[in-house]
Design a protein around this ligand. Structure first.
Ligand code: GCO
Ligand code: MG
Length: 417
């Protein structure tokens, strides 16, 4: 019997040639940088290139140094282009470079999916699960308000919720929204200055989780983000104090530039640890993973060199029973959310996905096919990553400079925000 297979009409080098790549900056409520790569066949792909508060640095890196290298190349050579932009640039790693590489990489995977007529998760190896477990953000000025918000998310069907609350005596703590507004830290052109008090926080956080368990029981998964503000020994103490409340994870308990600092936390506590939203490559977490000092790795596609690199990171983490828990704050565009959800649908060592919802204006600029049902996000079967951009609408929202806040101790010394 002879088997006849039609050649894919996009399989020729000529059709796959990159003829245009453009950087789109838009601010439908917050700034996003998107790279659009167009092939000769007319098929295009999108990659997110947003680095909160440093958006134009990535836009310029792409525009001035990457785009001229893309024109005329074969969009099908995803691995080779990744190596070209990483090894070939000589200056390696760092958030600006790795975000720019990610934008190219995700756009090329999107093109590949569209050429193949397949959703991205299928190209990666197919479905491992029906939907990706997600966690929402609950916050409140005090414990009671935060608990009410956890209750509100449970009513909406969430199975996992991150909780943050105000700290008595601290005027504006990380993670707490202005009443009536969604949580959005980058509100002003120059960084807002906040004041931090570690002893007050260390008293408050365990009381928050004691109350949440009393109000909502043990079935909900609870998470908490320290946002890098503790020293290793303080982090060890908090992780130990939180043990009775069985957190899903404690995030960024101490800054992780010095990866071995996590050994101290591990020596004192069995609270699961998550780290990595500010990492850009495997090298930032190699020690943490090899020594099993963390349980979840948060580095996601947009800031970690794209699907090509994050796939390697996830495989390496899997060898050490570390699971993924991708960053999904609103400063990552729906393009990253779409790509991340395809990855989550495939990756064997999936843990959880952060889901902080984008507002209506943003969702209108980025039409997408993922949807929330019963505690999980589900990707659609649109070829590629399933997220598009309405360029005419995007053009109506010009870039607006906004930076993240900074934190100081009460004596004025700079601290981690
Ligand atoms: C999170 C993060 C965010 C970051 C933000 C910075 O866990 O979602 O910590 O809230 O602060 O992404 O741009
Ligand atoms: Mg975080």
């Amino acid at each position: 019997m002879s088997v006849h297979t039609e050649p894919n009409r996009h399989s020729s080098r000529h059709d796959r040639e990159i003829v245009e790549a453009r950087v789109i900056v838009t601010c439908p409520g917050r700034n996003f940088v998107t790279l659009k790569i167009v092939t000769r066949s007319g098929i295009y792909g999108l990659g997110d290139a947003t680095l909160n508060g440093r958006e134009l640095a990535v836009a310029a890196y792409l525009q001035d140094h990457v785009v001229p290298n893309l024109i005329g190349r074969d969009a099908g050579r995803i691995e080779d282009l990744w190596q070209f932009l990483y090894r070939g640039a000589y200056w390696r790693r760092g958030p600006v470079t790795m975000t720019a590489i990610a934008a190219v990489d995700v756009a090329l995977w999107d093109i590949l999916g569209k050429m193949a007529g397949m959703p991205l998760y299928q190209l990666l190896g197919g479905r491992s699960r029906e939907g990706a477990l997600v966690y929402a953000h609950a916050n409140g000025r005090d414990i009671a308000e935060a608990s009410d918000e956890v209750g509100m998310y449970l009513e909406r069907g969430f199975l996992a919720v991150r909780a943050q609350c105000g700290v008595p005596g601290v005027k504006k703590a990380y993670g707490i929204s202005t009443p009536g507004k969604p949580y959005e830290p980058a509100e002003s052109e120059l960084p807002a200055e906040t004041v931090w008090n570690t002893p007050r926080y260390l008293e408050t956080a365990p009381r928050l989780f004691e109350q949440l368990r009393a109000d909502h029981g043990n079935a909900v998964e609870l998470l908490h983000d320290v946002h890098h503000r503790l020293t290793p020994i303080e982090a060890a103490r908090l992780a130990r104090d939180l043990e009775p409340y069985r957190l899903f994870w404690l995030e960024d308990a101490t800054p992780a530039e010095h990866q071995a600092a996590f050994e101290l936390i591990r020596q004192h506590s069995v609270t699961p640890l998550a780290v990595g939203e500010v990492f850009n490559s495997i090298w930032d977490c190699k020690h943490l993973i090899e020594r099993q000092l963390i349980d979840y790795i948060r580095t996601t596609i947009v800031h970690g060199g794209g699907i090509t690199h994050i796939r390697r990171l996830a495989d390496f983490a899997g060898l050490h029973q570390v699971r993924t828990g991708f960053h999904g704050a609103t400063d990552l565009s729906p393009v990253t959310m779409g790509a991340a959800l395809h990855f989550d649908t495939w990756v064997p060592n999936f843990g959880i996905q952060e889901y902080m919802f984008h507002g209506e204006e943003i969702l209108a600029v980025f039409p997408h096919d993922y949807a929330f049902r019963a505690g999980r996000l589900h990707v659609g079967d649109t070829p590629g990553h399933g997220v598009d951009i309405d360029e005419a609408l995007a053009a109506k929202y010009p870039y607006t400079p906004k930076q993240l806040p900074v934190a100081r101790l009460e004596d004025g010394g700079m601290w981690d925000w």
